[in-house]
Design a protein around this ligand. Structure first.
Ligand SMILES: Nc1ncnc2c1ncn2[C@@H]1O[C@H](COP(=O)(O)OP(=O)(O)OP(=O)(O)O)[C@@H](O)[C@H]1O
Length: 560
């Protein structure tokens, strides 16, 4: 049975509308079918398809392409076999690189930088950065974006997603023009935006692009005047600052010439509520109203909300996944450490210091108050430590990040602010002092170590208060090949409502402080010993009334 016979069988009863050349089967527009079926690619990235003419081509439901009979010769069995062998080689190459693609007419992954159809200066810049070969996400995302395809890409933390979108953007913008911003890159934090701007400058070196970041709002109000000289090319920013400028009357900035809209950390930007940027994203999308606008979304984690939006709003979408969805990088050795209670965390931390920490170390806590408390404790231990959180001024934040990058700070205490995207070279250890609010947050936090092929370590403290997410995080560890006690994997599933509650507000925890209990109960007041003992007794009684927790096994196999 040849392809035409297959086509006849599949399309029995189908009507073909010649009107707009759209191929229809029983009223279904084949070109715009939702891209939900996993498909193998058909056409090669660089080679054109000599035997098929687009006008003659008919796309079948399974994505096979054939010709209308009579106009051109049939594909011979030998040609079919050769095509099949080529396809198998490509599939094998994707398999060994853990690349999964979903979509139509997907170009082959590139094996080397030379396979990218980009100008030599970009390849030289990549090599200047010390990169020897493309990472798997770069191998597949770059050829797709170079063809102007819209993509949703999910690849592990530290796997080079930034260069994967910057290379095609730089190539497609060619050189500076006086049209205002033609590429917009959105990031959830200013630290990440600055880092992306730096990487863009490195990769576009020699092209003379004006890559901007909105820093001072007051200056920005006049700087990007849409009626001015428009001497800007690429804008890297957080959504809030951009929306502020767009909301001015008249808008202080125009996005009407944006050809590429890159949404980095897409799942974060799609979150709604105070911590997310969903509303701002809607306004920004509205402002990017160029008919040639293309969107590319990147993240290490995947949420169905983003995927659904992409399927409905991005024509010709291709989805790329590297490895397993929402998996932690395999380069990080992970450990869950039961520490009993809040006081146990400080003891455990000091124990790690005693055994010898190898800096740089990142320590995550759940709030800015706790970041400050832990800082106050560690600074007296003589540790070379600093803290970064949203209460510090931008200048302080920038200085702290710089000192940490330069190795002048060894231990950096941070909040969720630094969990995503930030690329500190060679972080050896991530300590989750406070348990992460979700498995997704866990994946991003520990992904600050083990980047660009280097190995790292992550230790996550947990107490009896942290059982809500223990099961899902234990599964992340198991997926990436780390050992976890089997009881953790068998813990009861927690309802979505409970998980949401935890994400919305972090659990209440005792202050991070070494002072003994009676000192804390005194709270600075003068108290008689009898009063203090009474308070301690009350506290003990109230603790005893709390429902008994199930026995927790320690990571070393002992029971609590
Ligand atoms: N082809 C390459 N070869 C070697 N190193 C690379 C390559 N591409 C990028 N890198 C480096 O890898 C590191 C991580 O890259 P990047 O920050 O883009 O990761 P990411 O996938 O965006 O991570 P995250 O999900 O945490 O944001 C950077 O230091 C970058 O310079």
């Amino acid at each position: 049975m040849d392809t035409y016979d297959i086509f006849k069988k599949l399309s029995r009863g189908a009507k073909f509308s010649k009107k707009n050349n759209a191929k229809q089967i029983n009223g279904v527009k084949l070109e715009e079918e939702p891209l939900l079926i996993k498909q193998e690619p058909r056409d090669k990235h660089k080679t054109s398809k000599p035997e098929l003419n687009q006008d003659n081509a008919i796309t079948l439901l399974n994505g096979m392409v054939t010709e209308k009979r009579g106009k051109k010769r049939k594909i011979t069995d030998d040609e079919q076999k050769i095509k099949q062998i080529e396809q198998e080689k490509i599939n094998h190459y994707r398999n060994i690189n853990n690349i999964t693609v979903v979509g139509r007419h997907i170009p082959d992954p590139c094996k080397s930088f030379e396979d990218f159809t980009v100008d030599n200066d970009i390849i030289n810049n990549l090599k200047q950065c010390g990169f020897e070969e493309p990472t798997p996400i770069q191998k597949q995302a770059v050829p797709l974006m170079l063809q102007g395809r819209q993509i949703l890409a999910c690849a592990p933390t530290g796997s080079g997603k930034t260069a994967a979108f910057l290379v095609p953007v730089i190539q497609s913008l060619k050189g500076p023009q006086k049209q205002g911003f033609r590429a917009l890159i959105l990031c959830p934090t200013r630290e990440l935006a600055k880092q992306t701007q730096r990487e863009c400058d490195r990769l576009a070196d020699g092209r003379g692009f004006r890559v901007h970041i909105i820093s001072k709002i007051k200056k920005a109000m006049t700087q990007y005047n849409p009626n001015g000289s428009q001497k800007y090319d690429i804008l890297v920013t957080t959504p809030n600052r951009l929306c502020y400028l767009l909301k001015q009357d008249p808008p202080a900035l125009s996005l009407r010439n944006v050809e590429w809209l890159i949404i980095d950390e897409a799942d974060k930007l799609f979150e709604s509520g105070v911590r997310g940027f969903r509303e701002q994203l809607t306004d920004i999308l509205k402002a990017c109203d160029n008919e040639n606008r293309k969107i590319a979304m990147f993240s290490a984690t995947y949420t169905p909300v983003v995927a659904k939006w992409c399927v409905h709003n991005m024509k010709g979408l291709v989805r790329i996944t590297i490895g397993h969805r929402n998996a932690a990088t395999e380069l990080v050795k992970q450990e869950l450490l039961f520490v009993g209670n809040e006081h146990g965390k400080l003891l455990a931390f000091r124990d790690l210091v005693k055994k010898g920490l190898s800096p740089p170390v990142l320590v995550f806590v759940q709030s800015k108050e706790r970041a400050q408390q832990l800082f106050n404790e560690l600074i007296y231990d003589g540790i070379n430590v600093d803290a970064i959180h949203s209460d510090r001024t931008q200048l302080q934040r920038d200085n702290t990040v710089r000192c940490f990058r330069e190795g002048r700070i060894w231990v950096l205490i941070c909040t969720e602010l630094m969990a995503r995207g930030v690329d500190f070279k060679g972080v050896n250890l991530v300590i989750n002092y406070d348990f992460p609010p979700s498995a997704i947050s866990y994946v991003h936090r520990i992904g600050r170590a083990g980047r660009a092929g280097r190995e790292g370590q992550a230790i996550t403290f947990f107490t009896t208060e942290d059982t809500t997410n223990l099961r899902s995080i234990a599964h992340v560890l198991k997926e990436s090949g780390c050992e976890v006690p089997s009881y953790m994997l068998k813990l009861k599933k927690v309802s979505k409502a409970q998980k949401k509650k935890l994400q919305a507000s972090a659990p209440k925890r005792d202050e991070i402080v070494t002072k003994p209990l009676y000192d804390r109960l005194k709270g600075g007041k003068k108290m008689k010993f009898r009063e203090i003992s009474k308070k301690i007794k009350e506290k003990k009684e109230s603790n005893a009334k709390k429902p008994k927790k199930r026995k927790i096994h320690l990571t070393n196999g002992e029971n609590e």
